[in-house]
Design a protein around this ligand. Structure first.
Ligand SMILES: Nc1nc2c(c(=O)[nH]1)N[C@H]1C(S)=C(S)[C@@H](COP(=O)(O)O)O[C@H]1N2
Ligand SMILES: [Mo]
Length: 207
């Protein structure tokens, strides 16, 4: 009420408690890792359908099918960004290149220094989930996750590790880095699932 039309539209449809952020802040725990191309690989392991581990060098990973996804980003510290264009490899592409075994229900996305985030397989496999190498057509910068960051736009952004190194297929849920440290196991911003004390029975493993 009393707001200019454009401002009202801008504020429409953000998840509860979120506000828009101009620019692109850098938010993470710990140092920015240095990329060493000769030592870098991207692995899929755990309960794969054939029991094999999969690994791609940086060159191989860069040659995987490239898609773009445009989506909003919601940080649990309450800032949101609109319409970010990511480019990279869809989680779905990875799932078809390295299929999970039938009993897989969850995945852990692993990053440098042991950072991790757990997801339900269905969230991981969502159409907009992407291992981004680019933003707005430009390679990611080091502080934003170069060479690869995971983006799962329908969950809070901590569910998307920067500096990803692999994916573990799991037959049971296990908490990741922030999920062990007080953040919600599921992290749906539309349901404002910020903290683990808000979890309903069945929404996460015992703490
Ligand atoms: N490896 C790693 N990835 C991470 C984090 C982190 O601490 N470590 N923080 C997450 C959080 S809380 C947010 S909001 C986004 C921030 O991404 P940005 O710095 O590119 O804006 O990265 C996510 N990915
Ligand atoms: Mo965040």
């Amino acid at each position: 009420m009393g707001q200019p039309e454009s401002r009202a539209a801008e504020n429409a449809e953000l998840p509860p408690g979120q506000r828009l952020q101009r620019g692109w802040p850098v938010t993470h725990y710990g140092p920015v890792p240095r990329f060493k191309p000769e030592r870098w690989d991207f692995r899929v392991f755990g309960a794969t359908v054939d029991g094999d581990k999969h690994a791609w060098t940086h060159e191989e990973f860069s040659a995987l099918p490239y898609d773009t996804v445009t989506a909003d980003l919601h940080c649990v510290t309450k800032f949101s960004m609109r319409g970010v264009e990511w480019g990279g490899v869809r989680a779905r592409s990875l799932l078809s290149l390295a299929p999970p075994a039938e009993g897989v229900t969850h995945v852990m996305v692993w990053a440098e220094y042991g950072y991790s985030a757990n997801l339900r397989l269905a969230d991981f496999a969502a159409e907009q989930s992407v291992f981004a190498t680019h933003r707005a057509g430009e390679l990611l910068t080091a502080e934003h996750g170069f060479p690869v960051r995971f983006v799962v736009p329908h969950l809070y952004a901590w569910k998307g590790p920067k500096w990803v190194r692999g994916v573990e297929y799991m037959t049971a849920d296990r908490r990741g880095f922030w999920e062990e440290r007080g953040y919600h196991n599921l992290g749906d911003p539309w349901r404002e699932q910020r903290y683990s004390y808000q979890e309903e029975p069945g929404e996460g493993p015992e703490l």
